[in-house]
Design a protein around this ligand. Sequence first.
Ligand code: CTP
Length: 453
Amino acid sequence: MKTVITYGTYDLLHYGHIRLLERAKALGDYLIVGVTSDDYDKTRGKINNKQSLMERMAAVKATGLADKIIVEEYEGQKIDDIKRYGVDVFTVGSDWKGKFDYLKQYCDVIYLPRTEGISSSQLRAKENELSIGIMGQTSFWWKFVNECKFVNGLYFGGICTERNQFDSIQKQAADKNLEIPFLTDQYDDFLDKVDAVYIISKPEQHYEQIKKALNKKKNVLCEAPITESVKDTQELFSLAEKQGCILMEAIKTAYATAYERVLLVAQSGRIGRIVSIDATCTSLKDGMGEPGAKLNWHWNSMEAWGPTAMLPVFQLLGTDYSQKLIVSHYLDEAKKYDGYTKINFLYPHATATVQVAKAAKSEGELIITGEKGYIYVPAPWWKTDYFEVRYENPQDNLRYFYQLDGEGIRYEVVAFVRSIETKKNGTYIDEKVSLAISKVIEDCKMHKDVVEI
Ligand code: CTP
């Protein structure tokens, strides 16, 4: 009996896949199909499969062509499978030509011509067809645009910003080889040209800009905090619901695989009951702490880092803390710019500290303390790909690694697009968390529960 094996994602199964499977089957008597798991696909850069692994496997099964279906989960598994199943022929489409020649020492390797004119990416793009524009001033807009390219069917629609920014943006676009389809300072015109908007303006501008977008039935991805007032944030969420739109807070850490796994491990009981969370985020900005520094272009420390630092606290301990104490050091007389802030949260059975700074430096780590052990996420924890679960006996320690591509931005955008399609918000950062973040930012701004140092 001649055994043939082939691998693929088989998202939105199409006739290109079926033709490949038919020809693979004809190469022998018994066909094994390896369907790639979502995690493994992520490491290969395929981040926006429409269907789950189970759905993709069911579709392959329904073709009736596979004698056995297996899951491909790790690098190097092909060698294992070929040995385990006594495979005679390995085959894939010609788009992989040469890539699997290293398997020739184990079995025959055959590349079958790929069917022209069809692919899962194309089908996904057809379903989405969404344009997204950027509102605000940022020198990193190009990063976002580049990351959007990984999301099938999402198009960059343009930028709306102040006129005095046009030159520097155009220069950056030329440097990065990017085209800006539409550059304007007229927000209304801009909104008419896009389906969704990514808002990255200063927090005090968010409320008006989000409201305008939602009133025009545009979906909104907004840099955190959504607003600096819990009442305003609440109002905007209600408006989004009324308009049937998505309003999502952009904290890219929330979408990083390693961070998601930190939450799951912490909730699994592996470190026992959580008693404390300590999160630190700092980024020293040149000259910010010096007398006479020009501050008005900067986000203060709480605006810049507060939402990210509070995220694990609210996601793991909830938003019903009983007390909080905010300690801030200000850089200006009006007390608008905190160079350093530390917040202590008290819960009935736990405590948390959040430390943020733009005019002080500390170790940017996250520690989740439990009754049996702790999770340690090394600096910079907010863009981590690695964490450890540590115990009294170091031999019991566990290490976890999950690849992070594009600083998490592309995963955030995938989550946003998915929310728009499913009309469901809050898969990652739910409304309660966004409201709790707004509340703390508001209290900081109003100097409520704040002690100055
Ligand atoms: N395949 C093919 N002809 C196509 C599309 C895919 O022969 N038009 C083959 C691939 O070469 C591979 C198998 O089908 O051997 C599974 O491919 P997969 O990557 O799942 O499908 P794609 O449509 O290429 O997916 P994507 O667009 O996400 O890359």
